[in-house]
Design a protein around this ligand. Structure first.
Ligand code: 8YV
Length: 333
């Protein structure tokens, strides 16, 4: 019993994942599902060997400093780790892991769903019908814009961006991308994607922007008033990555004043609250951060957390180590 690692989890996880953790570890699970405060997180991290946070937990240097020496692994439930001060964790000799891969297809499905639903005004139509405004078909009722034949620009051609590209071809979109580094030739050919060496160059050229990049100091507010102004007034923006990549005030302003035709958002700068200016706009779909919210993805994310913890306990390299900031991941892997 006493050799079982003490694992502290910050949020309720799917039942099967919690059950498996209870079998394997001396696990401290949550009983309610409210996000922990900074003070609660500090207290929670102080007594464990492995810490399992989620996207709602800001694990800053102050919280990492409150961890005991025996805590050597932060196993994040989620792919993005921008909420964790990974450099501070590494400085304390900790390993940080995440759950990439298993949520790729579901997140790409949501992005593709928004790419189709925003130009076709699907959610607006649902809203209008429920409000009693569908009084009969007419040749000019609820016209949107055709998706087929348009140009999709993908910002961030990693796993999720590539999965969006593959879907996009089936809907007749041509695929453009911008990424901090050009992807290998074979991958570029397989994805039939045209590289733009600058974001600015891509933005002037596309009809729909899909944001699939991680949040880093260099992607924060990459889409702001200046870069939005480069987009065509009849173009669309879809964001399923991190809200902070977009200056939400500038986005709301562009949408409200016809400088952008519409947007589909799953993530926000200050979750769980979208900027109030977005709430009144008809040409925006606002999803509640559900990119990976399927029973299947969440279960598999839990399994990934377990695999990383077990590798760590067995003194093996964890399969999903988050590399120090600035390290360039190979996109081909
Ligand atoms: C999760 C996500 O909802 O993986 C991510 O980065 O944003 C989503 O899959 C969240 O991170 C769970 O912690």
């Amino acid at each position: 019993e006493s050799t079982r690692p003490r694992v502290v989890v910050t949020r309720r996880l799917p039942d099967q994942v919690e059950a498996r953790m209870t079998e394997l570890f001396d696990v401290v699970l949550r009983t309610d599902d409210a996000p922990m405060s900074h003070t609660d997180l500090k207290a929670a991290i102080a007594d464990c060997d492995v810490f399992v946070p989620t996207v709602t937990d800001i694990i800053d240097a102050d919280i990492i400093a409150a961890a005991p020496q025996r805590l050597r692994l932060i196993a994040n439930f989620g792919a993005g780790t921008d909420h964790i001060d990974v450099a501070a964790a590494h400085a304390r000799g900790m390993t940080v892991t995440n759950t990439p891969g298993v949520l790729t297809e579901d997140t790409a499905d949501l992005a593709m769903g928004l790419i189709l639903a925003v130009p076709r005004r699907l959610v607006e139509g649902d809203r209008r019908l429920r409000a009693g405004e569908f009084t009969g078909w007419s040749p000019t009722h609820m016209l949107g814009h055709r998706v087929r034949g348009k140009r999709l620009g993908i910002l961030g051609m990693g796993r999720i961006g590539s999965a969006v590209a593959r879907r996009a071809h089936a809907f007749g979109l041509s695929v453009h991308y911008h990424n901090r580094q050009r992807v290998p030739d074979t991958m570029e050919r397989a994805l039939d994607a045209r590289w733009h060496d600058t974001l600015e160059d891509m933005l002037t050229d596309i009809d729909i922007l899909s944001i699939n990049a991680p949040l880093t100091p260099s992607t924060r507010h990459l889409i702001d008033g200046r870069t939005l102004a480069l987009m065509k007034p009849d173009s669309y923006l879809v964001n399923t990555s991190r809200g902070e990549i977009v200056d939400e005030v500038a986005l709301a302003d562009a949408l409200a004043h016809g400088r952008l035709a519409g947007a589909g958002l799953d993530v926000y700068e200050n979750e769980p609250k979208p900027h109030s200016a977005l709430l009144g706009l008809e040409n925006v779909i606002l999803a509640p951060h559900i990119g990976s919210a399927t029973h299947e993805s969440r279960r598999e994310m839990g399994e990934k957390v377990l695999i990383n913890i077990r590798a760590h306990m067995d003194n093996h390299a964890c399969p999903d180590r988050v590399l120090p900031p600035g390290t360039r991941l190979s996109l081909a892997s």
